[in-house]
Design a protein around this ligand. Structure first.
Ligand SMILES: [Zn+2]
Length: 400
């Protein structure tokens, strides 16, 4: 039996273009598709037919009538085909199984990734089980996308030498081929900040916005950007560069070798370290926990509950983050900035202070920037975006 990936990849470019459009704008009428593509009705029918025949699209409910018979609406088949998204981050791994509308059918989060082999085995076993449990045959799965920590060799599917990973066995890991072997599916890989910004741009808060940025604030600060509708790519897919913007030339030494990088003040480890140091020095907090019991989650909660020292630590970190963010916005000029990741998720105070600090220091005060806390997909953006990336790569492939 021909699998879903081969069926789709072998379709004409125009059919793939139509599927992409219907996936993002559906349900739509033929007239709306003709308006969007400039195709004539006969051409449209010719390239839509294979998508209907193979079940990639279906006739949905009827549209609103302007008199006479209401027009037929078309949408992607929400139950015909599936995609896998895998998020390998520093403190967890997460998998999603989605339909072609990027609706999540299954979601699972694993603890901190061990060594690569363990991680790939654990994830693959879970996914095989889930597909079986959901009654989804592998031949209806288009493939899997992986969003992970850079730097990467995207072409070869290799994780190169990520900083701050829980174990140093994550160096030069051929992650794409490892998953390919276990899952026997087409696999694509990108850095997680890129897949997250793609998810929000195509299906989330950034729908219709062609210039936007995504910040994943956690152990490091990872950024992804869409410019003129496309992912901004850098050599080696570094996504941590924002965290190494120098904002204090006399600041603390960073693991990158410079002093005063944003990451030395605004990441989970730096905030936790700073708080513990202040707690020891001042002894002015209401917190009586032993130091080894205090993690960033504890600090975020204490700050929300009004602890003075926790608040001061978060506000200081977020203000410095905001200064960096203002510099970034001045250069890139995005319409939408999504701030996400554990720091934002667990600390409304960090988000609020960071946005205020950035807004105050923006150069072009008249241009509009929308901020979003967590975007639409929240902590699922990297995984959903990885699934979306796989579909995008198939749809963008040229006729063979
Ligand atoms: Zn640095």
């Amino acid at each position: 039996m021909v699998n879903a990936y081969d069926k789709l990849i072998n379709m004409k470019y125009q059919s793939k273009l139509l599927l992409g459009l219907i996936q993002k704008k559906g349900p739509v009428t033929r007239n709306q598709i003709m308006d969007a593509t400039g195709m004539k009705l006969t051409t449209l029918k010719r390239f839509m037919q294979p998508l209907l025949d193979e079940g990639f699209i279906i006739e949905a409910d009827m549209g609103k009538s302007t008199g006479g018979r209401p027009p037929t609406l078309y949408d992607v088949n929400p139950e015909g085909f599936y995609v896998i998204g895998i998020d390998i981050s520093r403190t967890y791994t997460e998998t999603v199984i989605t339909n072609l509308k990027m609706g999540i059918i299954d979601l699972h989060r694993f603890a901190s990734p061990h060594d690569p082999e363990d991680t790939v085995n654990q994830i693959s076993l879970y996914l095989e089980d889930s597909l079986h449990r959901l009654g989804i045959a592998k031949s209806f799965v288009l493939g899997a996308g992986i969003g992970t920590v850079g730097p990467l060799d995207r072409e070869k599917g290799i994780i190169l030498n990520p900083a701050n990973f829980p174990s140093n066995s994550w160096i030069n890991v051929p992650i794409r081929d490892m998953f390919k072997e276990k899952l026997s599916l087409p696999i694509v890989i990108d850095n997680g900040a890129n897949t997250a910004v793609l998810a929000e741009h195509l299906f989330g808060t950034g729908k219709g916005i062609d210039n936007m940025s995504y910040f994943q604030c956690g152990v490091g600060i990872r950024t992804g950007a869409i410019s003129s509708g496309g992912i901004v790519r850098a050599i080696n897919e570094y996504e941590d560069a924002f965290g190494h913007m120098v904002i204090d030339i006399n600041g603390e030494l960073c693991h990158c070798g410079n002093r005063g990088c944003i990451e030395t003040m605004c990441s989970i480890p730096s905030i936790t370290k700073k708080f513990k140091k202040l707690l020891e020095q001042r002894n002015s907090s209401s917190i009586n926990e032993p130091l080894d019991k205090i993690d960033y989650l504890y600090i975020c909660n204490a700050a929300e509950q009004g602890d003075k020292l926790a608040k001061e630590t978060i506000v200081n970190a977020a203000t410095r983050f905001g200064i960096g963010l203002a510099n970034y916005i001045n250069l890139i000029n995005p319409e939408l900035v999504v701030l996400s990741g554990p720091l934002i998720e667990h600390s409304p105070l960090f988000y609020k202070t960071g946005v205020e600090a950035a807004s105050k220091r923006r150069y072009m005060k008249n241009s509009r920037v929308i901020f979003s806390r967590g975007g639409y997909f929240k902590d699922k953006a990297i995984a959903v975006g990885a699934a979306a990336l796989l579909v995008e790569e198939i749809l963008a492939s040229q006729d063979v």
